[in-house]
Design a protein around this ligand. Sequence first.
Ligand code: G4P
Length: 535
Amino acid sequence: MASYDSQIQNDVRAQAKKRRTFAIISHPDAGKTTVTEKLLLYSGMVRTAGMVGSRKSSTTATSDWMGMEQERGISITASAMQFKYKGAVINVLDTPGHQDFCEDTYRTLTAADSAIMVIDAAKGVETQTRKLFEVCRLRKIPVLTLINKMDLPGRPPLDLMAEVEEVLGIHASAMNWPVGSGQQFVGVVDRTSKQVSLFKKMAAGGAAKASRTEISLDSPEANSLIEEEILAQVHQDLELLEIAGNPFSEEQFLRGEVTPVFFASALTNFGVENFFDAFVDMAPAATPRIADRPDGEEIVVDPINTPFSAYVFKLQANMNPRHRDSTAFLRVCSGRFERDMVVKHHRLKSEVRLSRPHSLVASERNTVDMAYPGDIIGIINPGQFAIGDTISMQDGFNYKPLPQFPAEVFARIHPTDVGKRKAFDQGMAQMAAEGTIQLMRSLDELEFFVTAVGRLQFDVLQFRLKNEYRVETRLEPLSFECSSWLVGDVNTFRPPSDAMVVKDQQDRPVVLFRSPWSKNFARERNPDHDLLEMG
Ligand code: G4P
């Protein structure tokens, strides 16, 4: 067993405790980018917010953050951004939600210890939020909810709370409550302390911190500073919440059973600092991870007492087509990572030297010398890493394989020039390894299908096959809408007439359905089989 001295352990303990590694989950336009900007503003990492203004014209998934790289002290990888917030070390994972919604987005959530769910107060719970939340629930990731855009006309807060509970099936517990809404949104009141934070917009708008005054809800100042009608509504809502609301329990939150809810306007900075402070206070530090031992027994890997270990949760191809290498993004799960360390690569049963760890700051690569549980590091990958690989100082365990998510878009694909078959197969294998697409075959192995979580992935696939592998392809979209992994005897499974049973890359049977209705029908018709939502 590798030596792991107590000095290092103490260092790891102190550092791991400070880490908050999380992803922001939301539907496009709910305010994820704005919330991230404001986190930087309130952390003191940037002096003014609003530098990512040109993001809407951007085409790559990571460009949301690219405007931020000029500011010193922020390390942006294509996968995570690290900075300090009031003594905590924040690792925000990038979950591209705009055009690039894909399996990567889901997998990234496996590297998070918690998630912030941003909801637009006018729109409520939207589709992508629901899908991403589902992954958090399955992985029991604690989720904090931020109801954003309170400065615009929105739905009544109580309705929004009820929607979170009904649509997502999780208990919601308000930690604070809005004082007014729309143009009259002036502050938030903490439900426990009954302290009101009242805000005033600054001349610079949301680019500068909002001015904040703290008063007690029951003080005479509250009567003079808050309009009578608004104050009466706050009292009424708070009373109602006391009677009918869900109590908050930290244990339940950490188990992913209740989500604490906060209100804010990220654009005007009203309530954002209250939220960030609560987040740092409540969100878990680097959490223990489950792994399998070779004998099949599950173990919990302690982040502090176990020497360095990590797993690959994302591969990103080199943007430069002349270089075929890619970057493997690793989540540090335990111990201390040091540059140049030699570690065991479990799948390859070999040792690898982690000599070029980096965080990407725009096009520059910054070398990482040390990293701790919760941190994300990028390693140049000349082909030795695949998604889900475990590396560590000690062997004897493997982190659980990363889940696969059911595809929602389906197509047949062929090279237009049959002579390019070899390059085509190579490119497809690489893209499948990176998680851009999944490959499927008919049960008789005569037909090949490609499936993905989002339609954009097909465009990415064809573009990259052409640019990196010089293969033109023809893609025929198929009219399936959803899929499930089939558990049970394939021969006795009775699919609906419009469904198709295929095999995935691990030879597991997968059923493709033309509609959710057809999937439900299949479920009812085959009570002895299971249709899994995640593989
Ligand atoms: P996203 O990353 O989740 O897609 O959302 P993003 O932060 O880009 O916000 C989407 C739009 O909503 C932006 O406006 C942003 O300024 C606005 N927004 C975010 N939070 C708030 C809020 O609390 N109140 C109000 N009123 N608006 C908010 P845009 O016009 O589309 O872009 P931009 O030109 O302002 O960048």
